[in-house]
Each structure stands twice: as C-alpha cells, then as structure tokens.
Design a binder for this molecule. Structure first.
Ligand SMILES: [Zn+2]
Length: 255
C-alpha cells in the first residue's frame, strides 16, 4: 500500500469516527425551539431541529431484562469527589454542570477515561424496563472526545427520604429565570451501591440527538421519597422523550 493511500485511509477512518458529531453540527442549528408538549414535541424534533433525531440508534429505549445478553464487560470505576457544582434550570431540566473543576470527576471503563460534564434529571424516566417507567431518571454525562460520550442512567423509584439529594433538592431553581447557584456535592452519593448495568449504543435524548452516546443504565435504582419526587415534578413533570425503536441493537448486561 502506498503511503498516500495509507494516509487517505487513515483520514477516511478519522472522518468516519468524527462524523456523527461533525454531522450534527453541520446539519442542525445551534439552537431550535423544542420541547416535550404539542407543537415542538419529540415526534417533530427531526423536522424542526435535526434530522438526526429520526436516526436509527436513538435513545431512550425499552430494556427487556430477559433479552439482555450477559457479557464480559468492564466495571464502571467511578472517581467522583466532593465538588463545587453549578446548579441551574435551563428551561428543559434542572441539573449541574461540572465546569468549575474540569477533570476532577471522571469514570474509567477499561483503559478509557471519561470526564464528568454534568448531571440532570427527567420525569418520568426516559428508559423503561419491561415497558415500565420509573417516576424519575438521573443522567450523569461523561465525555472522552466530542464523538465518544458515556452516560450513566440511574432510575429513581419511590422509597424513604434520601438525604444524599438534599444539597440539590434544598436549592432547586424553580424556573429558567432563577440564577444559577453553587452547590457542594459528591456525585458518588447519588448512585446506588451496586454498579451493574445494561449497556447499548444510543444518542443524546434531546436535540441534536447526536448518535455519540454509549449508555450505561444501572440495574439498581435509587430511592427518593414521594415528597422529594413531588418537589422535582412541581417544576418538571413531563420532560422525558418516549422510547425509540431498537432497530436490531443489542442490549448487553454486567451484573
Ligand atoms: Zn438526560
């Protein structure tokens, strides 16, 4: 193989890897008027926001535990610590951005390290298990490169009061007009004890719907009290995208 052909092949494969994120930025406007209700709701995101939202590896999906393939998968090694995080309401959800101490919080999967970029909440849950929604879902978003994202999803069910969420729940901004506020939190405290997961290849669940996300849906939910769930749902009670077609994708699991 000539050097020119070899370097063309290397360039072509680099472009193929970079394609989803680059394509999303090229095809789609930086922002568009989307929501979860009638009008700009999820069934119209592909039309009004980004054609990627009509793609074939979209998230969330319904997970069927009996069909998930048990596999040799890496454990999620979580390295989070107490951090100053910026809590805000962006008009679509409430969450924190981990921008104040970049790189301090990360996960490792095999040899790859992914930096935590933020976490936020949905209600109802976006992923369903055997067709069942949980009342809420937590997403912890991580990034290795612009086209290699890893998101941990934690289903939230109803149970006793959960003090780990108090630093966030005592400061929930009720509207997008509320100023952001700094909270001190170790994100590890929001996770369940067991880190077994379901994993599949998917997308962002909001426009631009880029198909750049490997999902890690933890098998064990965390519990919040009815009052804690109600406090979030008083602000957002319908900020979830319906489940998408699996289109032949395989869900694998590590117990
Ligand atoms: Zn999300």
């Amino acid at each position: 193989m000539s050097r020119a052909i070899a370097s063309t092949l290397i360039l072509a494969s680099a472009l193929a890897l970079a394609a989803p994120a680059a394509a999303a930025e090229r095809i789609c406007p930086a922002s568009c008027d989307w929501g979860y209700g009638p009008g700009g709701g999820p069934d119209r995101w592909g039309e009004v926001c980004c054609p990627l939202c009509d793609g074939r590896r979209q998230s969330p999906i319904d997970i069927l535990p009996g069909k998930a393939k048990a596999a040799e998968l890496p454990e999620i090694r979580v390295s989070y610590r107490e951090s100053h995080l910026e809590l805000s309401n962006d008009g679509h959800t409430i969450g924190v951005a981990d921008l104040l101490t970049p790189g301090a919080n990360f996960i490792e999967l095999g040899e790859s390290r992914y930096a935590l970029t933020g976490l936020h909440f949905h209600s109802l849950s976006e992923h369903t298990i055997g067709g069942r929604h949980s009342p809420m879902e937590l997403h912890l978003e991580h990034r290795r490169t612009s086209w290699d994202l890893a998101t941990i999803a934690v289903l939230i069910d109803e149970g006793p009061d959960n003090p780990a969420f108090a630093p966030l729940w005592s400061a929930l901004p009720a509207s997008a007009d509320d100023p952001a506020r700094t909270v001190i939190l170790d994100p590890d405290t929001l996770l369940p004890e067991s880190r077994g997961y379901y994993t599949y290849l998917g997308s962002l669940t909001v426009p631009n719907c880029a198909e750049t996300v490997t999902w890690y849906v933890l098998r064990e939910p965390v519990l919040l009290s009815a009052a804690q769930i109600d406090a979030f749902r008083a602000i957002y009670d319908h900020n979830y995208r319906p489940v998408q077609e699996p289109n032949g994708r395989v869900v694998r699991t590590r117990e």
